[in-house]
Write a protein that binds this ligand. Structure first.
Ligand code: ADP
Ligand code: MG
Length: 396
């Protein structure tokens, strides 16, 4: 369903509420990764260029008690935003009240205000996270229109997204939200074929919904990572001490049956005795020795996956192929990244927080068409679920 975007609004002189995703890592008052702030810039720039008054807000981390507030202020984010835009950004250290209202009333066209972490409203009665209707109404009352650009929160029904939207205030998507919907939405609902999904990560249980949703939609599903061994067990292949979810073996059997030859499992494994980068490694085809665990897909599997990826027009990747955080077990993930990077004329998408981190740390981030900014939200989109934050945006 096509959604209205910020381009569908007349912004001149309007108080524009903007739910951004400024949920960045902050350590000792320093922002350690500003990706999400940068991802919000196109929407903010567009609003101020068109004479809107941009009132920005976001959550940052989890805040349950008054003590949790320490280190969770959006103040450093507002400062960094000002530097990135080379423009004055006014920060209001509260989520409601006279000071905020007065600051907004005094805004000129093109001004930017950031107000405090929306989750500070969770300290008393979880008003933000439980979508307290008074809070949504209050925030909506501060503006004329609402732009939701926080894809990372779209799978949540919170006051700062769904609450504001459900007051009936005109609600549109920002450019980041639009981009995420376009890439992930199209890859799942209407992909250019062949479409290959690469699914890995730690657990089958995290990815069941994705596998089930993609079986009818993908042309091939490549399985790697820790979830492999639950599938191995389902096939009667020895798994040694590898990660396994015994209560998911039956389910794995049924997925294997359902998917038929769409599902491609690893043919070899990089194994070791201990979960450590210092522990010597071996490569085994088929079964894994009793006293060893597999922490990566093997070289033959990388070849098999690269071959299967040949000619793909859409690739969706969710979940690393091995414990990429340790160099001895990163080769499978690197190999798959290389195979994806070598594809010509393919739309390649990463959905998944750790997969995005892997692509980043292994140096492949610029090789992908789209890296989603929302781990949980992209996972739910891949599962085919309706995201409440998205559903609350006005249709075209
Ligand atoms: P994403 O965030 O991309 O969805 P997940 O959170 O599902 O990915 O999984 C990422 C984690 O899976 C990584 O920390 C990685 O170390 C772990 N992992 C991958 N392969 C294995 C394996 N064979 N054994 C144990 N853990 C694994
Ligand atoms: Mg993860």
């Amino acid at each position: 369903m096509a959604k209205k975007t910020v381009e569908d609004l007349d912004l001149k002189g309007k108080k524009v509420l903007v739910r951004v995703d400024f949920n960045v890592p902050v350590k000792d008052g320093e922002i350690t990764d500003q990706t999400r702030i940068k991802a919000a810039l196109p929407t903010i720039q567009y609003i101020i260029d068109h004479g809107g008054k941009a009132i920005l807000f976001s959550h940052l981390g989890r805040v349950k008690t008054a003590e949790d507030k320490a280190g969770k202020s959006l103040a450093p984010v507002a400062k960094r935003l000002g530097e990135l835009l080379d423009k004055k950004v006014t920060f209001v250290p509260e989520t409601r009240g006279e000071k905020l209202e007065k600051t907004i009333a005094e805004m000129q066209d093109g001004d930017i205000v950031v107000f405090e972490n929306t989750r500070f409203e969770d300290v008393e009665g979880k008003k933000e996270s439980k979508n307290d209707s008074e809070l949504g109404k209050y925030w909506a009352s501060l503006g004329d229109v609402f732009v939701n650009d926080a894809f990372g929160t779209a799978h949540r029904s919170h006051a700062s997204n769904v609450g504001i939207a459900s007051t009936g205030i005109p609600t549109v998507a920002g450019f980041l939200m639009e981009k995420e919907i376009k890439f992930i939405g199209e890859a799942v609902e209407n992909p250019k074929r062949p479409m290959v999904a690469i699914l890995g990560g730690a657990k089958v249980s995290d990815k069941i919904g994705v596998i089930e949703n993609l079986i009818p939609k993908a042309d091939k599903i490549l399985i790697g990572g820790g979830m492999t061994y639950t599938f191995f067990k389902a096939k009667g292949i020895e798994i040694g001490t590898s990660l396994v979810e015994d209560d998911k073996v039956e389910l794995a059997k049924s997925l294997i049956e359902k998917a038929g030859d769409k599902l491609v499992l690893p043919v070899d494994s990089v194994t070791t005795k201990e979960f450590s980068n210092d522990s010597p490694t071996e490569v085994h085809e088929n079964g894994i020795p009793e006293d060893q665990m597999s922490l990566d897909i093997g070289p033959e599997t990388v070849k098999l996956f690269a071959d299967t990826l040949q000619g793909a027009k859409t690739v969706v990747w969710n979940g690393p192929m091995g414990v990429f955080e340790m160099s001895n077990f990163a080769k499978g993930t690197i190999g798959v990244c290389e195979a994806i990077a070598n594809l010509t004329d393919a739309t390649t998408i990463i959905g998944g927080g750790d997969s995005a981190a892997a692509a980043e740390s292994l140096g492949f981030a610029d090789k992908f068409t789209h890296i989603s900014t929302g781990g949980g939200a992209s996972l739910e989109m891949l599962e085919g679920k309706t995201l409440p934050g998205l559903a609350a945006i006005n249709n075209k």
